[in-house]
Design a protein around this ligand. Structure first.
Ligand code: C2E
Ligand code: CA
Ligand code: CA
Ligand code: CA
Length: 278
């Protein structure tokens, strides 16, 4: 590494510990990845539990590194959230997802929104809403075909978040709360949020069959969500047993390896052809 970067690097390295060097490397790599087209989106279907039709698709970022192969988002999203690089990367994700959604629309499949993950840092960026508008305008995608997945952590700054959420709602995009149930915020805020959907976190789904308390929790979340008129989706479904528990307790949409892992565009095309032809 020192050789690659020359004397310049050696000079600075004396002031840095090992961790920040690795972070710097990773961040530089990601800047390059963004410029050189090494980032891509994989897609995971959200499926109607009753009909198996695709009722939504979540876009999940992948980094195809020229030497190290595929790198999972858990390896780099936390870092880019810290450095702020998530803002340009997040823009790329929204643009790419909307373009792909439009392509599926042009191919004539039945309607479904495309969901993208939005970090707090992105969400609070001043130009975020403007950017969303711009992308919808440029791609010609209807606002209600784009869904933004945010986490409860936005409620650390409730007043500001409420303003942003309402502005997004006014645009007509769909809003969902990701990893629902894992945040530390109280439930009392929930009914005031202009959201459309809650996603029951995988950690709850994992244990529904073995842990009676988890089962009760999931059942309670489903009931509450439906009573508040939210769409309720369970994530991380891996087995038929989990699916039947969810179905029995009123959950109507699921996402997880049982239906499909996240897959590249071409494979999703085949999936849609099979399930969503008009
Ligand atoms: P998430 O949004 O909660 O996404 C669900 C994660 O669980 C995905 O991991 C998905 O591949 C995985 N998953 C789905 N179904 C199953 C299942 O049945 N079993 C198991 N074991 N795993 C399942 P992935 O793609 O590695 O993404 C991890 C996290 O990285 C995401 O969690 C999200 O928080 C973040 N992320 C991914 N793409 C983006 C992005 O474009 N922007 C931002 N800000 N964050 C992203
Ligand atoms: Ca998500
Ligand atoms: Ca999630
Ligand atoms: Ca997550």
């Amino acid at each position: 590494l020192a050789k690659e970067r020359g004397n310049n690097f050696c000079f600075y390295s004396s002031n840095l510990n090992g961790i920040s060097i690795r972070k710097m490397e990773l961040e530089n790599g990601l800047r390059k990845a963004l410029e050189q087209g090494q980032l891509m989106l994989y897609y995971q279907p959200q499926v109607s539990i009753l009909t198996r039709e695709i009722v939504g698709i979540e876009a999940l970022i992948r980094w195809h590194h020229p030497e190290h192969g595929f790198i999972a988002p858990s390896e780099f999203i936390p870092l880019v959230e810290e450095t702020g690089l998530i803002v340009p990367i997040g823009k790329w994700v929204v643009t790419e997802a909307c373009k792909q959604r439009k392509a599926w629309e042009n191919a004539g499949y039945r309607d479904f929104p495309i969901a993208v993950n939005v970090s707090v840092r992105q969400f609070e960026d001043e130009q975020f809403i403007e950017y969303i508008l711009e992308v919808l305008d440029e791609t010609g995608l209807a606002a209600n075909q784009l869904e933004l997945e945010i986490t409860e952590s936005i409620m650390q700054n409730p007043e500001n978040s409420m303003i942003i959420l309402n502005q997004l709602k006014d645009l007509g995009v769909l809003l969902s709360i990701d990893d629902f149930g894992t945040g530390y915020s109280s439930l009392s805020y929930l009914k005031h949020l202009p959201i459309d959907k809650i996603k029951i976190d995988k950690s709850f789904v994992d244990d529904i069959l073995y842990d009676a308390n988890q089962g009760v929790m999931v059942k309670t979340i489903i009931d509450m969500g439906l009573n508040l008129n939210f769409t309720v989706i369970a994530e991380g479904i891996e087995t038929d047993e989990q699916l039947s528990f969810l179905k029995k307790n009123g959950c109507r949409i699921g996402q997880g390896y049982l239906f499909s892992k996240p897959i590249p565009t071409e494979q999703m095309d085949e999936f849609l052809l099979y399930t969503n032809r008009k």
